[in-house]
Ligand binder design. Structure first.
Ligand code: FAQ
Length: 327
């Protein structure tokens, strides 16, 4: 550029957009799809919301495997409703991702090709009906701890989706706890099933909150952008504090010899999850990863005709509406 030549227009960010975005975040107001946002913010949200949506959809499988084997009509109806709710949660979340410019078909491809993650917890097997109760109690309980603060997430469509999801997760958690209460009032064999399920699901449930804070590469930025409101370790601690008295009331033992109340801190001390196991499961090497993804791929392929029919129907409707408008 020679002297006297006009300066080229600055990129849009220089027009005060970044400042406006920062001010909106600082005032605890919401960013909406129409608003300018930094690309990193958009990418982080798409990553987290897509992983979350995939978790809901893959998360239908471990409990879904028990629908045909539920011990009574009542338990079957409850389980059916719960698994259906998870599908609904997945759909709200894919819609929230679409408001950021993501394409749902593309997200599904990424999931079934192993290019996008879903929660580690759904890679463990459900070996008895007590697992259904423990998933409701622990997994939905952990989901509530993690997701209630997300109702205040800075991105409007994500935060609003969370409100309804959390209400439903609350029902899920209670149905799980009620199922376990019933089993604990049953036979010795039923009580043993509950304790066995608690032993298997406790540590993987603590891992749901993600790696420890000093090894969580996304946390600092996500918290500065108020996408995440609390750190992984903080939410994990809340979950332990919430669950210990529930375990006492139920009459089960949580499988952690280091678990005890710390009077000084006003919280429980607890042992360290096996972080190598979490890494292995996230990287695809958990007990059920291959089975879960394969099942999702098959369902996707088998559903192709439904998607084609829905598109053909929509095209016909649009053509009919256009003809009506022209007449
Ligand atoms: N599993 O830097 P951070 C449910 C990944 S829904 C797999 O700490 P971030 C309902 C993480 O993505 C359960 N991957 O990451 C239900 C990142 O990978 P990337 C799902 C994990 O995002 C109940 C890398 O490790 N809930 O249960 C896990 O700041 C019953 C580094 O980690 C949500 O998705 C993990 N456990 O924090 C359904 C809630 N942990 O992308 C059916 C929303 C970490 O950099 C039945 N998500 N990773 O390659 C969140 O709150 C956050 O994304 C965290 C992770 C806390 C999960």
């Amino acid at each position: 550029m020679t002297a006297g030549q006009a300066k080229p227009a600055e990129p849009a960010v220089a027009d005060g957009l970044q400042e406006r975005f920062d001010a909106t975040i600082a005032r605890d107001q919401r960013i909406e799809p129409r608003d300018w946002m930094p690309e990193g913010y958009r990418a982080t949200l798409i990553r987290q919301i897509a992983q979350h949506a995939h978790s809901e959809i893959i998360g239908m499988q471990p409990e879904g495997e028990w629908i045909t084997r539920a011990p009574s009509l009542r338990r079957k109806a409850i389980l059916f409703a719960k698994v259906q709710d998870e599908a609904g949660h997945g759909l709200y979340l894919y819609s929230a991702a679409e408001t950021l410019g993501a394409d749902r078909a593309d997200l599904t491809e990424r999931l079934i090709e192993g290019r996008q993650k879903y929660s580690s917890i759904f890679n463990y097997p459900t070996l008895s009906f007590a697992d259904v109760g423990v998933i409701g109690w622990f997994v939905d309980g952990a989901a509530i701890c993690n997701q209630v603060p997300l109702c205040r997430s800075s991105y409007g469509p994500y935060a609003r989706a969370m409100v309804r999801i959390c209400k439903e997760e609350s029902f899920h958690q209670r149905q799980g706890y009620e199922l376990l209460m019933t089993m604990m009032r049953g036979t010795d064999a039923q009580r043993e099933m509950v304790q066995d399920a608690v032993n298997r699901w406790w540590w993987p449930s603590l891992m749901m909150f993600g790696p420890p804070d000093d090894n969580s590469p996304n946390s600092a930025r996500s918290m500065a952008w108020k996408i995440k409101r609390h750190s992984n370790d903080e939410l994990r601690r809340r979950f332990v504090d919430m669950t210990v008295p529930q375990a006492e009331k139920l009459g089960v033992t949580l499988p952690d010899p280091e678990l005890r109340w710390n009077e000084e801190r006003g919280h429980h001390d607890f042992g360290t999850p096996d972080w190598d196991e979490l890494t292995r499961v996230i990287q695809g090497d958990g007990p059920c990863n291959a089975r879960r993804v394969e099942r999702r791929r098959t369902a996707h392929e088998e559903g192709a005709w439904v998607r084609e029919a829905a598109l053909a129907h929509a095209a016909k409707q649009a053509a009919r509406t256009a003809r009506g408008a022209a007449a």
